[in-house]
Design a protein around this ligand. Structure first.
Ligand code: ARG
Length: 457
């Protein structure tokens, strides 16, 4: 392709280090689409004849059919997907294939293909996250009133509802989706026609190719267009943030499925057994989602470090932009699908959860709040009185509301029998009806809004 100025061919190591075809063949659909748009524009602008353009379009159709049927051949001598396609095109249609590369460089070609690929990956992630949100909302609705311990420091804190807990992840996924949407809107400009770095002397129509490829507009600076990969980094950063959220949800399943917790029975279909311990059912899918987050964070780091300090415009370092993006997209897609299945198909053991909330003195704050409201005691003092009550109950191994009134009154005489109504876990969650709080009615209201939001999309 560029042998004209060379006396010798590349060494074996040059061929190997240079070849991106083993991974950039994943861009073949985008590469064909961009070539189609480009050649149609060349004809419309009278840069190639209508006949030649048609020959090239027909040839591209055949190449595409071959890739579809047999995959993309991997010849290191052809370096990358762009050369591979052009060379096959030349075999099929002869020298007219050489007109396709008029007013184009691999630099704007790869920037265009890669944007198209990342844009599609963003759309796939968005659809996956919508499905996960749907699963979360469905379970949250079913468990709007199911009581579990809420934790801070993984110590029982206050009772919450399982629906409320799951809706917390709905919110995280909502922000994740908006991060991908922001990135998508920002990147949706076409580099095609920027050529190698400086633009082209041919009278091309960049609006036309931009429109044909679904971009909002052509990019405004050719140097920027061929040399930045911030759109890929945006994608990876959004992916990394999303994977952090998923890994937290995965971790909760790991904890909840453990025998001492016993909050959830995971679906057999998302668990594995042990080759030695017959009783085992391991949460491998959740653990892998947790693990994948580490790899995705590695991908964003890899590309940021690759791009750091590169002078304008294109440098070959940038060929290394693709593996981390492909890897992260694949890992994230799997993680989202695994968590969707886990949320949808797990059985929550609501009795165990409720019991854990009752046994963990989760309503101690409610006792303190009651002392403030019913007996007008300053909160700090109420906190102290409640601490004494918890200490007593704990020494007897019983729940707070199992303490006889006499014992409570021995701690503070201002306590009366009305306090028991405040000490149940139901009363506790029902009381937390502030906007965004855990009260079942609040959860149902948020679920209804979420449903409407998902349906409106
Ligand atoms: N395979 C190259 C890449 O992915 C395509 C661009 C090559 N451009 C060049 N001037 N060598 O970055």
């Amino acid at each position: 392709m560029w042998g004209g100025r060379f006396a010798e061919g590349p060494s074996a190591i040059m061929r190997e280090i240079n070849a991106s075809i083993p991974f950039d063949k994943a861009l073949w659909r985008q590469d064909i689409a961009a070539s189609r748009a480009h050649v149609a524009m060349l004809a419309a602008c009278d840069i190639v004849t209508a006949d030649d353009a048609q020959t090239i379009l027909d040839g591209l159709e055949r190449v595409s059919g071959e890739y579809e049927a047999n995959g993309v051949p991997e010849d290191w001598d052809l370096e990358d997907i762009h050369m591979t396609t052009e060379s096959r095109l030349a075999e099929l249609i002869g020298p007219v294939a050489g007109r396709l590369h008029t007013a184009r460089s691999r630099n704007d070609q790869v920037a265009t293909d890669f944007r198209l690929w990342v844009r599609e990956a963003m759309d796939d992630v968005d659809a996956g996250l919508a499905a996960l949100q749907d699963a979360l909302v469905t379970q949250a609705e079913a468990h709007a009133g199911s009581i579990m311990p809420g934790f801070t420091h993984l110590q029982t804190a206050q009772p919450v509802t399982l629906g409320h807990h799951l809706m917390a992840y709905y919110e995280m996924m909502r922000r994740d989706r908006s991060r991908f949407a922001d990135a998508r809107a920002r990147m949706n400009e076409s580099p095609l026609g920027s050529a190698a770095l400086a633009g082209t002397g041919f009278p091309i129509d960049r609006e036309m190719t931009a429109q044909a490829l679904g971009f909002d507009a052509p990019t405004r600076n050719s140097l920027d267009a061929v040399s930045d990969r911030d759109f890929a980094i945006d994608f990876l950063q959004a992916a990394a943030q999303c994977s952090l959220h998923l890994s937290r949800l995965a971790e909760e399943f790991v904890i909840w499925a453990s025998q001492p917790f016993g909050f959830v029975r995971m679906a057999d279909s998302l668990s594995t057994g042990s080759s030695i311990m017959p009783q085992k059912k391991n949460p491998d899918a959740a653990e892998l989602v947790r693990g994948h987050a580490g790899r995705i964070v590695g991908c964003v780091t890899a590309l940021m470090v690759t791009m750091k300090g590169l002078p304008l415009a294109y440098s070959k370092d940038m060929q290394d932009d693709k593996p981390p993006v492909f890897e992260a997209a694949q890992l994230l897609g799997l993680s989202i699908a695994a968590m969707t299945g886990m949320v949808a198909e797990s059985t929550f053991r609501t009795e165990r959860m409720r019991q854990a909330a009752e046994l963990g003195y989760a309503t101690a704050t409610d006792l303190a709040d009651w002392l403030v409201r019913a007996a007008n005691i300053p909160f700090r003092e109420a906190h102290h009185i409640t601490g004494a009550a918890v200490k007593l109950a704990e020494s007897r191994g019983i729940a707070l509301d199992a303490l006889p009134l006499d014992d409570l009154q021995a701690i503070d005489a201002r306590i009366d029998e009305r306090v028991y109504a405040a000490l149940s876990v139901e009363a506790s969650v029902a009381a937390r009806a502030s906007y965004g709080g855990t009260a079942p009615d609040q959860v149902r209201a948020r679920v209804a809004e979420a449903r409407a939001q998902l349906e409106a999309e």
